[in-house]
Structure formats: C-alpha cells, structure tokens
Design a protein around this ligand. Structure first.
Ligand code: ADP
Ligand code: MG
Length: 682
C-alpha cells in the first residue's frame, strides 16, 4: 500500500503538530521516517537486582510497589509522587515530578519495570523520574532501545511508534538498492531485516548485521555516485592544449625532477591535452616538491597562450612562491607578478589591467586573486596550494574567473588512500610518493616536561652552530578564545627571553596578529634575524626556512599526528641535520603510542593511516571546510575495511553495467543521494 515517498501523515496518532515537528528534522516521507537512524542504543534487556545498582548507574529494575504512591503538592506548579519499590535484594525510593496521572496507574503489590539513573548511596537507593512500565507491556524497556536524534514536539516513544507503523506498512515493498549478487558475495543481510533490526534490534548480533548492511549500502551508493559524477564531468569539452617542448623548462631547473614529480607532471599535462578540463589533486608529503609540479603546469599553460594563477592560503606563502618561481620562469619568457591584500592600490590596478588585457600571463597571490574586480583575459590554469586551507567556495571562485580552466590543487595533508576518494569527491589524484634525494631523515624524540632544561640546552647548542629553532605551543584548549592562544605564545616567548635565552633573539607569531605583522616576523626569521620563533600552528603551512633545524612541540599530545607531521616538515629543508622534539607529560597509553608513531616513521601517508585508525576521520574532515557527504550510518573511522569492500563492489558493478541500466533501483537511489549533493562536490 504505502509507497516510500508518501507523506508521513497517514501514520496513526501523528497529528498535524507532530508531522510539522518531524518536518523540521527533514522527515517528510515514509522513506525519510524509516531512514531516520538511531544515534545510539541503550541495552535495556536485562534487569538488575536493586542491591547491585551502583550509584550513578543507569539501569532497569524489576520491583514491586510496596507502599501506595503518595502525592504531595510542593508549590505552585510542582507536584511530587513518592513510592517505595522492593525486590528480593533491596528497597528503591522512587519519585516523580508533575506526573500525578501516574498515581492511578501504579498499583501497590504489582511489579513494574523502572528504568533510570540510580542515585543515593549503597544503603538507600533512589531513582528520580524513571521510565516506568507494567511488566507485561514493555515498550521502552526490555530490549535494545534505539535513541533517535529528536526535536521539540517529538519524543523517543512517538518516533519509535511511528517508525513501527511505517515499517509495518512498507516492509514488504522495500526496494533493495543492493543487487543480490553484491549482497550475497559480501555476506550482507536483506533490506527488510536490516531496517527492522536497526530500529527494533532483536539482539546485539542482529543489530550488528543490520548496521553493517546499511553502512555498506551507503558507502556503495556513495562510491557509485562519485564515479558517475566523474564520468559526467567529461562531457564538458575545452580546446585541448597542444604539445609543448618542456625541455627548456627542465633545463632551467637547478636539479632534475624526481621520478614521482615527473609522473605527476606527465599526468597533469596529459589531462590538459585531453580536451577535458583537468580536475586533479596533487598530494605529496611536505618537502616532496609540489611547487615544481605546479611550475611545470604553469609553463605548459602559458606556452599554450593561456593565463595561469597560483593561489596560496597566506601572504607569506604567496610571497615565497613568487620569490621561488619568478627567477625560474622569467628567464623562460614568462612574466610573473604577485597580488596580495597588501599590494598597494595603484599597483593592484595596474596588475588587474594587465590580467584583463592578457598582457600578464602568470599571477601568484592570496585570495586577492578572486576578489570581484580581478578579471582575466583567458584563465586556462588554476593552481591552489595547500588546498585544505581553502573552502571549496574559494577554489570555485577562482575557477569561475575562467571558462572551465584546468585546475590543479596541491595538498600536503596526506589523506589515507581509502578516504581520498570520499574526501576529494571527483578529483583525480596524483601522489608524489618520493622525496628529492639527499634529504637526511629528521631525528624525532618524545620527552617528558622534565627534559625542558636539556631541550633548552640543545636549542642553544644548535643556535651557536648557526641554526634556528621553532617552538610550537598549542592553544590552551581547543574551545578557548583566541586571546588565550595569544597569551600562551606571548607569555612563553617572554619567559624564554627573560629567563632562558636572555642573549638570543626570540620572536613570536600567532594567528591573531595582523597579516602584515605576521609576515614581518616570518620574514625576519627567514632572513636569520631571529634565532627562535615561538609560534602556534600558524607556521604549519608550507613556510620554507632551510636554516631552521629544530622543531620543539610543547604539549604534543594535543595535536593530531598529521598535524605533528606537518610541523615537523618545517625543519629538515636544508642541508643540516634536523631534529624534532615532542614534549608531553601525558601518560595515557594511547597518547604515548601515538607519539611513538612519529618517532618510528617519516612517511606522511603511514602517519595519516595511523591517525585515522587512532583518532577517526575527524581530523581529515576538519581540514575540509565544506559539505561532506552526509553519511547517516557509516563511520569512516571505524568502517575503513567496509569502505574498501564497498568501493571494490561499486567498481565491479560499474564495470559490468556502466550506466546501471540493469539496476534501476540502485540508479534511482544514487540519483536521489546526489541530487542534494551535486553542488557541494564540484
Ligand atoms: P612541498 O611539496 O612541501 O611544497 P616544495 O615544493 O616547497 O615542497 O619543495 C621543497 C624543497 O625541495 C624546495 O626547496 C625545492 O626547491 C626542493 N626541490 C623540489 N624538487 C626537487 C628535486 N627534484 N630535487 C632537489 N630538490 C628539489
Ligand atoms: Mg608547498
């Protein structure tokens, strides 16, 4: 009878008010309703003897009412019911506020189930406003109970009852988006079993089967959708770039590119020659030489008489790129310019004019590049560096300055391969998995706070030898206002200057400083005018000071591994042996294990995998500030293995049936999923 996209109004007892409230949650159709998955579950199957209730524990108790419930009126609008319940092991005092109607429902001598938080002490146990149900009519207890996300006007019980009705109405007609062969070969349960048990688990085992099946389905559909998006993208056609002799470019480099760099360049150039806009992510560990890959693409684009833009997230990075690239490209006949927030207005106008006329082929800058007034004659290539610092909107805004320009995004945040597809949507991915030759591994140590004097001595020794050092302090607390971050850094720098290194030059930098001030400090450090830079993670991104050889991280336990890896990447960029010292007093075993990973490996991808394994995917998601797939049930942190399985199943299905013409249900579900997401993914 009921189709999944019928409205929920037919549910008995739903009423207009409640239907409206459900609407606020996005539950409009029957399909939405049964797809409203619980956030967690309470196991209320077993009852505990009263004597075994620990204070603070939430549990079920089966107990007989020993005294008639008494009602007392405490004050206006506040009535209290009290009763005493007993089982073979003890006594439980129960109170309810403002539920006077219960008085007539609870009978002395009868046994009820009470579910709530035990209070009091071991001699006298209490429960305040527990859920109470007659033994023979248990609804909210006696099973594994789903806990749903709610909104005002809808209770758990109402939701649960509505879902019960909804499920009963459609259990027989639920279309299965998983083809039978996929379901069987991956040992997944049927769709109706899955829905039944995700909402009304028969047992913990049944719940696990249901969850696995639904998470798989979600990841499977999502993967298919991404693959199809990638296919559909290829419908846009642009004039293919023509072949360019890259020899002059390679000859101009002071070194030869690594094999991995060459491969990435080849992949990108191949994209640009294809007649379809390039949409590529170039991932490479810190120091792997992504800039040269970008430079090769810029050279190629400009030699094709199309403009190129390189956008960096900070002024200092933009400046560094300019300083590095213009001596390389200008002799090759490519004029370069720098455009940032602090470019003087007059110069800005001149640059804008040259970009609009096409006289300027290559511009490097910050998001000043995407402000409304900047127009390009023919923007053919857009490169964004350290792309995780940009919202997808900014990336899109730059791309919108051209007509389907090729885009190359560069990231030093290694994303575990399993996540890359989901996180980067429909981007093609190139990986620079090799460092330029001759790099010395950075020696990494984890030490307790008591080592501070030794660490300071070590810094002093390094400075005496002409090196420089970074000291990074975390924010006092993630949730703290930025003023505390500032305080932590400034106070620490002051202490070091006065008490530890009165004779050395110490500077500090934090995120709340004006870009101009930040820049001045960083530039001074890069010019070796200061010895020690005390900082927050603002230095995390791409800054290149080859003479810096020591990275000290205070309270290292507060950082994610990938972040520590980024910080460590700030040193070891020159010829000197470099060191990374992670200071932590945290005794937590897991923390210690995490920090040990840093000492064990220098491979950003391996570190990212460990991070994913130990902390879940939050860190990776956090770095991408835009609409991520709204996964309702799959958890990318825990379901990595399942994701791999789903991905290979999706690929296999598409290989057999590329447009899903033999799998209409799957096709429809994917289309529905991506109807809402199409714009966030591009
Ligand atoms: P990242 O990938 O972190 O952006 P960069 O592009 O800043 O790395 O490169 C780091 C350093 O390595 C730079 O000083 C750069 O000149 C140097 N470099 C890049 N490629 C090579 C190479 N093939 N051989 C030697 N040095 C290289
Ligand atoms: Mg870089």
């Amino acid at each position: 009878m009921a189709e999944l996209d019928t409205g929920v109004q037919f549910i008995k007892g739903i009423g207009e008010q409640r239907a409206k409230a459900l609407g606020k949650l996005g539950i409009v159709t029957l399909g939405d309703l049964i797809g409203w998955f619980p956030r967690r579950y309470d196991d209320r199957t077993a009852c505990k003897p009263i004597a075994q209730l620990a204070p603070g524990e939430t549990a079920c108790v089966a107990a007989m009412i020993a005294s008639p419930p008494t009602v007392s009126h405490i004050r206006k609008g506040m009535d209290l019911i009290k009763l005493r319940a007993v089982d073979a092991t003890g006594v439980l005092d129960v109170t309810f506020f403002n539920q006077t109607w219960l008085k007539n429902q609870l009978c002395q001598g009868e046994t009820y189930i009470f579910y709530g938080k035990a209070e009091g002490d071991l001699l006298r146990r209490r429960m305040v406003s527990p859920i109470v149900e007659a033994e023979g009519r248990r609804e909210s207890t006696g099973r594994i109970v789903p806990i749903y996300p709610l909104t005002a006007g809808v209770s758990q019980l109402i939701l649960s009852r509505s879902i019960r009705q909804g499920l009963s109405a459609c259990a027989e007609i639920l279309p299965d988006a998983l083809p039978d062969e996929v379901r069987l070969s991956h040992h997944l349960c049927r769709i109706n079993f899955a829905y039944e048990n995700i909402h009304f688990p028969e047992s913990a085992e049944a719940l696990a089967l249901a969850r696995r099946r639904l998470a798989f389905e979600e990841l499977f559909l999502f993967t298919i959708g991404l693959q199809r998006l990638r296919q559909s993208r290829e419908i846009v056609h642009v004039p293919p770039c023509r072949e360019v002799d890259m020899g002059a470019f390679y000859d101009a480099l002071p070194f030869s590119l690594t094999k991995a760099q060459r491969r990435c360049v080849d992949e990108a150039l191949c994209d640009m020659r294809s007649g379809v806009p390039m949409n590529r992510l170039c991932q490479g560990d810190v120091g792997s030489g992504k800039t040269m890959v970008a430079a090769a693409c810029v050279y190629f684009s400009v030699k094709n008489h199309r403009q190129a833009a390189l956008m960096a997230p900070t002024e200092i990075l933009a400046r560094q790129h300019y300083a590095g690239l213009s001596p390389l490209l200008e002799p090759l006949g490519i004029r370069c310019a720098l455009l940032t927030g602090s470019t003087p207005a007059k110069e800005k106008r001149a640059l804008a004019a040259d970009l609009a006329s096409g006289a300027l082929p290559f511009i490097i800058g910050t998001h000043a590049l995407i402000t409304g007034s900047v127009e390009y004659a023919d923007l053919g290539l857009v490169v964004t560096d350290e792309q995780h610092r940009f919202g997808v909107g900014q990336r899109a805004a730059l791309a919108a300055k051209g007509v389907h320009p090729h885009t190359l995004v560069m990231s030093a945040t290694p994303i575990p391969r399993t996540l890359a597809l989901i996180l980067y949507g429909d981007l093609d991915v190139s990986v620079i998995d090799e460092l330029p030759p001759g790099r010395r591994p950075i020696e990494t140590y984890t030490v307790p706070g008591s080592y501070h004097p030794r660490v300071y001595n070590f810094i002093r020794k390094q400075v005496t030898q002409g090196r420089q050092a970074y000291i990074v302090c975390p924010m006092v607390d993630e949730s703290d206002e930025a003023s505390d971050e500032r305080k932590a850094v400034t106070a620490y720098a002051k202490m070091l200057q006065q008490e530890v290194f009165p004779d050395l030059k110490i500077a500090f930098v934090h995120g709340k400083m004006k870009p101009r001030e930040k820049d001045a400090v960083m530039t001074a450090f890069a010019n070796r005018e200061t010895d020690i830079l005390v900082s927050t993670t603002v230095i995390e991104v791409g800054v290149d000071v080859p003479n810096a050889a020591v990275m000290v991280v205070e309270n290292a336990e507060r950082f994610g591994l990938s972040q520590l890896h980024q910080l460590r990447g700030r040193v070891g960029r020159g010829a000197h042996q470099s060191y990374c010292v992670l200071i932590s007093d945290n005794q937590n075993e897991e923390t210690r294990a995490r920090l040990k990973v840093m000492a064990r490996t220098a491979d950003g991808f391996q570190i990212a995998e460990e991070d994913l394994h130990l902390r879940g995917p939050g860190d990776f998601f956090g770095t991408r500030q835009h609409g991520l797939p709204g996964l309702k049930i799959a958890d990318l942190g825990c379901d990595t293995k399942l994701l791999r399985e789903a991905q290979s199943a999706a690929e296999a299905l598409l290989a057999r049936d590329v447009d899903l013409s033999s799998h209409p249900v799957t096709r429809e579900r994917v289309a529905a999923l991506f109807a809402q997401k199409a714009d966030t993914l591009n």
